[in-house]
Design a binder for this molecule. Sequence first.
Ligand code: HSE
Length: 391
Amino acid sequence: MINIAILGFGTVGSGVYEVLKKDGGIIAGRVGDEVRIKYIVEIRDFSDHPDAQLFTKDYSAVLTDNSVSVVVEMMGGIEPAYSFTKDAILHGKSVVTSNKALVAEKGAELFALARENGVFYRYEASVGGGIPVIRPIGTCLAANRITRVMGILNGTTNYILTKMIEEGQSFETALADAQKKGYAEADPTADVEGHDTCRKIAILASLIFGKNVDYKKISTEGITGVEPEDVEYAEAMDSSIKLIGMARIGEDKVFARVSPMLIPNDSPLACVKDVFNAVMLTGDNVGDVMLYGSGAGKLPTASAVVSDVIDIARGISENRRLDWEDGDSSYVTPLSETKVTCLIRSKEEIEDATCIDIGIEGEKGYILRNFKESDLEALLKREGVIKCIRM
Ligand code: HSE
């Protein structure tokens, strides 16, 4: 018997409960042992729940119960999730999480602590929800030098952009629609300002690079500034605007960025619509691989969480390198040291650029290739220059 405790009975926590209830028999067959929920730690009252006896507010009872081997942290945020995770590890329990904020902020420390204590800290669900991406990087793609990862890592913003592209909606209307459908939070800042994508690309870049890529060093621009005119330019260039988290990974340098980008319509990333997510990985041997699916939601995310539990329960986690070391970030290339290819919308002519006139009064588009980021700021301050969209 593998006893687990779920911390937090929100959307994903209750999804984990549902998956284990519904598919417990199949999972037991795959593990070779029953995976049983022994506790659900939750401060809210669930005395009417059919399994009310599982609920407790007392986390210390979980910590001191030696029969519990895996804690499933579904709380989100940094605290108290961080302290609860450390306590579980220090009590010899593996931890499975979907908490991208905590993995991006404290991952390196928690991996080291888990190693010292002979347990595991696993986070498949923290990036791409139900899409398998963390383990494929560490296992199926292990024969590759992965040089680039780029992805649509946030369902809410992809839904909003899809509405803007396909129905000509404004950002505000599309956001209100996403909120009505329950995709966007009441406070959608983390999604629309790109912070959620930033944590996720930091996790992928750290895993591939092997050292912590500090999310605070990742230049991040969300979609609040995307206008219907940008969508028109994209259409004219046979492209689609997508919020992209990307990282280029070299031998001893890594660069990551989050921004709206013009993606050519013949790229599979352009076909990722609505709330779907996708991660495109480029390996030196495999070439491009795209992983696509539901990036959020109760059962898809629970699917990834339970897969980590199964991995630990089967005892196959130790042969998988799925973590990274801490580091001083000197290897993270600042945006200013890179070059950009982009579309500049401007009322004045931009020299040495390819001009695109799509008939918007008073302005034209100018494509700049391999332009120094360090010169972009000055260019954007020039009179008549409206904005830059990356390609
Ligand atoms: N708010 C996130 C999204 C949820 O919209 O993709 C999954 O991390």
